[in-house]
Design a protein around this ligand. Structure first.
Ligand code: GLY
Length: 419
């Protein structure tokens, strides 16, 4: 509310004195909070309608007899794509609601966030996926940071135990996918770095060092095998589960096996920044600096700093962007700017530029895109799936970046789940 009030006051003063008052304000004052609230209210009405009349893609949900709970994207036919809690994207919308509650200070968003968060609880025992961190930390994790609800904490810790069932001591890694056994034996994807945060949460709350050791092992083996000399990374590395030998290095969502899929580079940056946050081991900080350097100095990073879907895609107007990669990288850079490196100010400035670009050219029109905040993300270009569409995780990392920017402006630091 303070922000809405500030925003209204700025607009009023600008109207009265016809001077660019908004230019003098801090970055987060310019964030379109009124749009975010109105557009999300519109999305809530779209969710209600879509649950009553699901889109065609939801055959999947019917087949698995799972209830549709949260939005992921838009179908080719324009309908809202809802997913069951088992989908890797199920936790992002509850996370969006927690972030909006923080940005606005309005308790009504906390109630909604709680309602949508609880829909993800069945996942706490689902060991068939490595996406536990995405699902549980974005929903319950953000909620716990705000409300310290014991029930939330217990669900997060149980989810972490479930995730550890996918750890293989012979590879030193958490197995990513059970599907596509015709392509991979034991695939590990760079996205999996994002799930390590869940293990650190469980370590802090149980004192069980198993969680810490698994997270460090996964990060270290990934560091060794996923990266090239220029600190770009492969998407999928396949392993022999008995010996830990690398079988092949490929892609699933990037341009080709040897290309640098943009969101993957973002997951890598975010992952090693969080490894430094949790361990304070300088090797992760230095590694993250090199990843950031690959991203920010790449000749194919467009002037607005929002990447094409792959850094090796031919640059051009018709090449799809990935706003989700831009938002994710911006959020990681805000955190990176709080650590002691010679580039701290540069990282914050680059994050500001990315968020300004998203707000200038990637926001949906009000009541368009079924209430998603951002357009122009790309899920999987090679499968022609979710190309140049809104994706709920683009909105999530955009809102996270706004919250981080607000915390930096107000408190000079970012507050994480550290207890
Ligand atoms: N974790 C799946 C993706 O980034 O598309």
């Amino acid at each position: 509310m303070i922000y809405l009030f500030k925003l209204r006051k700025n607009i009023l003063i600008a109207l009265v004195f016809c001077v660019p008052v908004i230019q003098a304000s801090t970055r987060e004052d310019k964030a379109p909070l009124i749009f975010i609230e109105n557009q999300t209210s519109f999305m809530l009405s779209c969710i209600d309608s879509a649950i009553l009349k699901p889109a065609s893609w939801d055959k999947y949900a019917n087949a698995t007899k799972h209830k549709l709970v949260t939005p992921r994207s838009i179908e080719d036919n324009g309908l809202l794509r809802l997913v069951p809690s088992s989908d890797w994207c199920s936790g992002f919308f509850p996370g969006n609601l927690w972030y909006i509650s923080e940005l606005t200070g309005d308790k009504k968003w906390e109630k909604l966030a709680d309602k949508f968060t609880l829909k993800i609880e069945p996942e706490k025992t689902n060991a068939a996926t490595h996406d536990m961190g995405f699902k549980i930390l974005c929903s319950f994790g953000n909620g716990y940071r705000i409300n310290q609800n014991e029930n939330y904490k217990n669900i997060i810790v149980q989810s972490a135990y479930t995730l550890t069932k996918r750890f293989n001591p012979k590879t030193g890694l958490i197995l990513s996918w059970d599907h596509s056994r015709d392509k991979w034996v034991n695939p590990v994807i760079i996205d999996n770095m994002m799930n390590l945060e869940l293990l650190f949460f469980a370590f802090r709350h149980t004192n069980d060092s198993m969680f810490y050791k698994i997270a460090v092992s996964h990060a270290d083996v990934t560091m060794k095998n996923h990266f090239r000399k220029d600190y770009s990374c492969y998407h999928v590395v396949d392993y022999n589960p008995e010996t830990g030998e690398v079988l092949k290095k490929t892609t699933h969502q990037g341009l080709n096996d040897s290309s640098s899929w943009s969101r993957g580079q973002g997951w890598a940056l975010y992952g090693y920044v969080l490894m430094y946050r949790e361990t304070k081991d300088m090797k992760y900080l230095k590694f993250a600096e090199n990843i950031a350097s690959f991203i920010l100095n790449h000749k194919n990073l467009p002037a607005d700093k929002i990447p094409y879907f792959d850094f090796d895609a031919v640059a051009g107007k018709s090449t799809p962007r990935d706003a989700s990669a831009g938002a994710l990288i911006a959020s990681a850079l805000y955190e990176f700017s709080t650590y002691s490196t010679s580039k701290a100010n540069y990282y914050r400035t680059m994050a500001d530029i990315m968020i300004q670009s998203l707000e200038k050219s990637y926001l949906s029109g009000y009541k368009s895109n079924k209430g998603f905040l951002l357009g122009h993300s790309t899920g999987s270009y090679p499968s022609n799936s979710e190309v140049d569409v809104p994706l709920v995780y683009a909105d999530y990392y955009y809102l996270e970046a706004l919250v981080r920017s607000k915390m930096l402006n107000e408190k000079g630091k970012i507050e994480f789940n550290t207890k």
